[in-house]
Design a protein around this ligand. Structure first.
Ligand code: GDP
Ligand code: IMO
Ligand code: MG
Length: 426
């Protein structure tokens, strides 16, 4: 399998957690390289459901090493809580979970600023963030005022923390938001770091050894999706990190040429949670049906996800930027009950036909999807264990997506569990 990057190729929630969990049967390292606990990656094993926010999805496989890389912004309170919950559920990870000392911290003031900023924006300008402090934490990183995991190991951590809280309280005051109590926060962070300290280390040498190990299989676990990328997504309705395969080298500290393959994860339709343009969004009964059959509620915030048809323009664009070698096509079963299925093959905008995603947000908002229609298969795909067992129309749908995107489908998912996964020859 070698060193593989798995990225979301739509607006997040494509089913990355499931695919990564399935593929870690053969991996020895799983590495998160960007984002924070804005991510919610669901893994269902038997009757157990886990939603992972910062812990790499490999944590559920005994023996797999897991890294929270330098490119993340980590909320220590969130991470401590998540890990303690996993321990309570019998997951053992001591000795195989490593948190980079270079990863930046998301602190309470980042979350307060995220909330205050969103609250001040007028309707139509709100981003609809997860309010996890992601944007403000990445801003501080770029502004060189951030604190990092490794700082928590220093003797003067408390004074660094108090200094930051005082200066951010001044900003919160200007914004008319509640001020933070430094004494209370210091106690909370001390408690969290007492738990987290054994996991903090310099992850760079170990990861570089892992990616050069000829018998090694390293999976890089993307969070969010290419359309939420800070450069290539629907800016400003994006997250604040490089969500594509390009983020791996910077976010894990490994050379780009050590990546052997990129797998793009897409749903057989499209969803988006939060604000911003979404050309194939359905506000009709079909959209509602996708939402209820697909149980489309945010794994992190519980918000209903907006639903729409598969957008081949988005998929081609993500495949181009991410260098996607093959698709994992998820949630095919959600389309089981549709008489007609549509796929967007191009956009029409201001009298022009577009084959790629425009940078201008106002232009993208004016894009109308050009649809091609496809007769649905109208029966359950849930029990299929091989491609040949799928109804003919479902097989044709897969081949059609391959044709439209120029990328082969090698993994097909027909249910949330590990067993509902079909591997295709590519
Ligand atoms: P991620 O953020 O990309 O990991 O995706 P999420 O976990 O946020 O959302 C995907 C949801 O779809 C989760 O509830 C999964 O359990 C579920 N899921 C994954 N694959 C399938 C599938 O093939 N069929 C169905 N019906 N559900 C799936
Ligand atoms: P996973 O990894 C779906 C969205 C938010 C919002 C925008 C910015 O589970 O696919 P942020 O809190 O990052 O500043 O919010 O990005 N968003 C996600 N949408 N899946 C995610 O992660 C997301 N992480 C952030 O809803 O629109
Ligand atoms: Mg998710």
């Amino acid at each position: 399998m070698a060193n593989t990057v798995l990225i979301g190729a739509q607006w997040g929630d494509e089913g990355k957690g499931k695919v990564i969990d399935v593929l870690t049967a053969r991996a020895n390292w799983v590495v998160r390289y960007q984002g924070g606990n804005n991510a919610g990656h669901t893994v269902e094993i038997g009757d157990q459901k886990y939603v992972l926010h910062l812990a790499p999805s490999g944590i559920l496989r005994p023996g797999v090493n897991c890294v929270i890389g330098n490119g993340l912004v980590v909320d220590p309170l969130g991470l401590a809580e998540e890990l303690q919950d996993l321990e309570k559920r019998g997951i053992e990870f001591r000795g195989r979970l490593f948190v980079s000392d270079r990863a930046h911290l998301v602190l309470q003031y980042h979350k307060a600023l995220d909330g205050a900023r969103e609250a001040r924006l007028e309707s139509g300008k709100k981003i609809g963030t997860t309010k996890r402090g992601i944007g403000p934490a990445y801003s501080d990183k770029a502004d060189r005022t951030g604190l990092r995991m490794g700082d928590a190991l220093e003797e003067n951590f408390e004074s660094m923390l108090r200094e930051r809280i005082a200066s951010k309280n001044a900003v919160l005051a200007i914004m008319g938001a509640d001020l933070l109590d430094a004494d209370e926060l210091v106690v909370k962070y001390n408690e969290a770091f007492d738990y987290l300290k054994p996991f903090i280390c310099d992850a760079v040498p170990m990861l570089n050894a892992a990616v050069r190990d000829p018998s090694g299989n390293v999976i890089f676990e993307g969070a969010q999706g290419v359309m939420l990328d800070v450069d290539f997504g629907t800016y400003p309705f994006v997250t604040s990190s490089s969500t594509g395969a390009g983020g791996v080298a910077a976010g894990a500290g490994i050379p780009p040429h050590c990546v052997d393959e990129v797998i793009g994860i897409v749903k057989a339709y499209t969803t988006r949670v939060g604000e911003g343009p979404f050309p194939t969004e359905l506000l009709d009964e079909d959209g509602k049906k996708m939402g209820s059959v697909g149980r489309e509620f945010g794994a992190t915030t519980g918000r209903p996800r907006r639903c729409g048809w598969f957008d081949a323009v988005v998929a081609r664009y993500s495949a181009m930027i991410g260098g996607i070698n093959r698709w994992a096509l998820m949630k095919m079963d959600v389309l089981d009950g549709f008489e007609t299925i549509k796929v967007c093959v191009a956009y029409e905008c201001d009298g022009e036909r577009l084959q790629t995603v425009p940078a201008s947000i106002s232009r993208l908002s004016r894009c109308k999807p050009v649809y091609e229609e496809f007769k649905g298969w109208n029966c359950s795909t849930r029990d299929a264990t091989a491609f040949e067992e799928l109804p003919e129309q479902a097989r044709k749908y897969v081949r059609w997506i391959e044709e439209l995107t120029g990328v082969p489908v090698s993994i097909l998912s027909v249910g949330p569990n590990r067993a509902s996964t079909i591997f295709l020859e590519t």
